[in-house]
Design a protein around this ligand. Structure first.
Ligand code: A2R
Length: 326
């Protein structure tokens, strides 16, 4: 008698590479969104794994008695109730490291585009304005002379800092705890507000979730000041978006470069209308090569776990569930 393959649930969209690889090893069930009512009752008992890049809440986790792993496509897993998963003994994995350099590279591009207006300068050329009207205006902002502040000096934050070292500018940072494991001369600031006051280029790369929700608010923009530039490659939820729009409109800060937003892909018209906002559609890790590496890590985590091996990249909340690697 042939044994049934484990059933993997795929709520919402996921990369084609994840889907193709999973379908060769497992039986897969795709549903439009993470709503347990969309799963036929007779299949619920058979679901052992979820592969997703969408929000997975406590009720969804509770709907599947034999669920043993949730593999998230992306390093940020704030949409998954990992604490509840841990209580239920469900492993949660994400995709750290494989996207770190790509995101850091993109951040440098976003910083320069925001300060030096390269997308607008290119549009000036392409629309014939260079020929018709003359040179693109000199940019009021530059990276020269700035001090960068990194809010979240983790894997990606450190990769950004190392790239900024090459631009010869001083770097400060704020985490909940000071890093003891780095030899670089990055000065620690004990609060986000202190960091914003000390720098004029504030880069946000902390994870989303309760601990960081809305912490970059009007007070932080005031501390950053009228020459200040704000860059966000972490999560939109970390920023009070109306306060950011106000700060950009009334000159509280000079400019912002954003790859992430509060309600993607719905961007407030007021933000789209601002000439001093440089906006990207959440593309920091979005090269084919990097997304393939993320896809492979999703499937490798799932395959390892379902074949009785340790998960490769468990999130901290479920690390204690991991099996010994002997
Ligand atoms: O706070 P610490 O010492 O655990 O340092 C982490 C820092 N962090 C925070 N800093 C201040 N206040 C908080 N409430 C807070 N929560 C976390 O953010 C750590 O230095 C950094 C996160 O670094 P990693 O865990 O290494 O994450 P990675 O790979 O750099 O990705 C960061 C985020 C993702 O969660 C996505 O949202 C985005 O970048 O792609």
């Amino acid at each position: 008698m042939q044994t049934e393959k484990p059933l993997v649930l795929i709520p919402g969209s996921i990369s084609a590479r994840v889907r193709e690889r999973l379908e060769t090893e497992f039986e897969c069930l795709s549903i439009e969104r993470a709503d347990a009512a969309l799963v036929p009752d007779e299949k619920k008992e058979r679901i052992e794994a979820i592969a997703s890049m969408t929000r997975i809440d406590r009720d969804f986790i509770n709907a599947f008695d034999n669920l043993s792993i949730i593999t998230n496509f992306g390093v940020g897993y704030d949409g998954i109730d990992a604490v509840h998963a841990a209580l239920r003994g469900v492993m949660v994995t994400n995709t750290p490291d494989v996207l770190t350099d790509e995101v850091a590279d993109t951040t440098i591009g976003l910083i320069l585009n925001t300060l030096r207006e390269f997308p607008k300068a290119e549009a000036h050329l392409r629309t014939g304005k260079w020929k018709r009207e003359g040179n693109y205006p000199l940019t009021p902002l530059t990276l020269r002379g700035r001090t960068a502040g990194i809010f979240g000096l983790g894997r990606i934050g450190l990769a950004i800092a190392r790239r900024l070292d090459g631009f010869d500018i001083p770097i400060r940072y704020h985490n909940r705890s000071q890093r003891q494991d780095i030899s670089y001369p990055y000065r620690y600031e004990k609060s986000l507000k202190d960091l914003a006051e000390a720098v004029d280029l504030l880069i946000c790369v902390v994870p989303g979730g309760e601990g960081t929700e809305g912490v970059i608010d009007g007070e932080i923009f005031k501390a950053l000041g009228p020459n200040g530039v704000f860059i966000n490659v972490g999560r939109g939820s970390t920023v009070d978006e109306p306060a950011l729009i106000e700060a950009l409109s009334d000159g509280t800060i000079a400019a912002a470069g954003l790859d992430v937003f509060a309600d993607e892909p719905n961007i407030p018209q007021a933000l789209l209308d601002l000439p001093n906002a440089c906006l990207l559609p959440h593309v920091a890790s979005a090269s084919i090569a990097t997304r393939n590496r993320m896809a492979d890590l999703v499937v490798d985590n799932l395959s390892a776990w379902l074949s009785g091996k340790p998960a490769l990249t468990p999130v901290p909340e479920t690390r204690s569930l991991n099996r010994d690697d002997d």
